[in-house]
Design a binder for this molecule. Structure first.
Ligand SMILES: C[S@@+](CC[C@H](N)C(=O)[O-])C[C@H]1O[C@@H](n2cnc3c(N)ncnc32)[C@H](O)[C@@H]1O
Ligand code: SF4
Length: 506
């Protein structure tokens, strides 16, 4: 094999490469197939197989055999995961056995794994790195479920910011809702993100199963953007980032094609005039770049995944139908609807490109967002466009299981940002600043922070079913917002988000 070949569930079925399943289905993440406890896959002559699927038992195993002989075996954990498996030396059918197959409430079918993609590749180093990351992921999940306070594992989700500069505030005023000045003040003096930063992150990078960019800045401005993407690709690390789309020119698009990357392009309006209210007059070039990327990726295994990101605000509600028409025509993979994060000290109403922007008036309450949910779903479904609403994601029941800590973030995710180290997207203050690293390597510094006293206190409280002080300060926290006022120890906020703008999770 040259490099790698990826097949989504629908392609596997079309090509007749999969046997032992319940047929094609799809959800907001795309097409998938539920496979039986024993199913078969036809493999090309490749050394390794990367499978992406969800598994519903707490733990289990996946075994690969050919003609009854063991080829490889790997442990599984609950939830979505990507595992790397060794393949037999020659092309042909393999048997995949999943054990146990958990019973699923209200569905009597044999549901072993919910398979989304199969990727075949030859790179031994990538396989080893993925195996180590998966082993860390299993250990981390056990430590989370047991409510351990001091961890030996590393967080599987690594969040970084690859760029602190941005072309919009460099040429005009920052986007109306962006907390630009405050974040730049907090980032002052921190080192820029370079390709070598990935090595400096040491085990925190090697153990990560996915890397997300949370820049308050424009990632496509990083001079090593292409090299960084290539490194993620070679190391088998799925990557996601948000961009204003203005610099997604041919060179940048070429760097993205065929890579396991999720690109979120910020587009808050269906028209040039509407877009200008929040950003600038570059609506047409962004739409051109988006259209080109959606077209070009078709001949590159449909990668990267292209999402558009819209903040639901009072002033763009009337445009939603036109918005879904536009993105349907462009051919994006998904629309992500976010809510406006309001600062605890929002500026008074101000003008951008002649339009008045009033934070408080623009913000939709939690009740309004819930009323909007079926409207958005209908607009999307009637056009066959996939949509995901940020406020719904945090309400999925699998996020917090019976007897587990109230929230998984301080176990599973780490934000290594220029403005500091945070345990969560909604955290209002860093648990450590970058200038506290001193003579330690970044890896050593992060080890110390990840098991620091305050981190331990956060985990201990969450494991005991209480909201830690740190989380009670984070008024945007969806776990806090779900709790009854008496349980949370902080006054409820009816705003869509609380506190100050935080790094946003894709
Ligand atoms: C901070 S930007 C950085 C990436 C890139 N420069 C961009 O604008 O897409 C990341 C995302 O946060 C969103 N964002 C910025 N301020 C926000 C706020 N106050 N509330 C909600 N989302 C916000 C932007 O619209 C964008 O989609
Ligand atoms: S929202 Fe993004 S594009 Fe706008 S100023 Fe902030 S970082 Fe730049």
């Amino acid at each position: 094999m040259s490099s790698e070949t990826a097949f989504h569930a629908d392609a596997l079925l079309e090509l007749g490469f999969l046997a032992g399943h319940h047929g094609l289905e799809s959800n907001s993440d795309g097409p998938f197939v539920w496979c039986f406890g024993q199913f078969r896959l036809h493999t090309p002559a490749a050394k390794f197989l990367n499978l992406k699927f969800a598994y519903l038992a707490p733990t289990g195993s996946m075994t690969i055999t050919r003609d009854g002989g063991l080829v490889d075996q790997i442990e599984l954990r609950h939830g979505w995961q990507e595992v790397s498996l060794r393949l037999p030396a020659t092309a042909g059918w393999i048997d995949i056995i999943v054990d146990p197959v958990p019973p699923v409430a209200e569905d009597t079918r044999e549901l072993a794994v919910m398979l989304q993609t199969a990727t075949f590749f030859d790179n031994e180093a990538r396989h080893s790195l993925r195996r180590a990351a998966v082993a860390n992921d299993i250990l981390n999940d056990q430590e989370y479920r047991n409510g351990e306070v001091v961890l030996t594992s590393h967080p599987p989700n690594l969040r970084v910011n690859t760029e602190t500069r941005c072309n919009i505030p460099e040429t005009s005023q920052a986007c109306t809702y962006c907390d630009w000045d405050q974040v730049k003040w907090e980032e002052k003096g921190s080192a820029p993100f370079r390709l070598e930063t990935l090595d400096e992150l040491g085990e925190f990078y090697q153990s990560a199963t996915a890397v997300n960019d949370c820049s308050t800045g424009e990632p496509t401005m990083n001079r090593q953007f292409g090299d960084i993407l290539l490194r993620f690709h070679r190391d088998g690390k799925p990557f996601s980032f948000t961009t204003n789309g203005q610099l997604l020119v041919e060179k940048r698009r070429r760097e993205l094609l065929g890579k396991n990357v999720s690109v979120y392009v910020s587009l808050d309006s269906a028209s040039k005039a509407g877009f200008q209210r929040y950003r600038n007059d570059r609506f047409d070039p962004i739409v051109r770049n988006l259209r080109a990327l959606c077209h070009e990726k078709r001949s590159h295994g449909n990668l990267p995944r292209v999402h558009v990101s819209i903040i639901a605000m009072r002033s763009n509600m009337h445009e939603l139908a036109a918005y879904f028409d536009l993105v349907k025509e462009i051919g994006v993979d998904e629309v992500k609807v976010r809510s406006l994060v309001i600062s605890d000290n929002p500026p008074p109403a101000f003008k951008n490109n002649g339009f008045l922007f009033d934070y408080e008036a623009e913000t939709l309450s939690m009740r309004e967002l819930h009323e909007l949910t079926p409207v958005i779903r209908q607009l999307a479904d009637s056009r066959d466009v996939r949509v995901c609403m940020e406020w719904e994601e945090f309400e999925r029941p699998e996020i917090h299981g019976e007897g587990e800590p109230l929230c998984a973030e301080p176990w599973k995710t780490l934000y290594v940002l220029n403005r500091g180290i945070l345990p969560c997207a909604f955290g209002v203050r860093p648990l450590a600043n970058r200038n506290q690293q001193g003579n330690r390597t970044l890896d050593e510094f992060l080890h110390d922070v990840f098991n620091s006293e305050e981190y331990q206190e956060i985990r201990a409280e969450l494991a005991a079913g209480r909201m830690p002080r740190y989380c009670r300060e984070s008024l945007g926290c969806p776990v806090l917002k779900r709790m009854a006022p008496g349980e949370r120890g902080a006054e409820p906020s009816d705003l869509g988000q609380g506190a100050r703008p935080s790094p946003l999770v894709k």
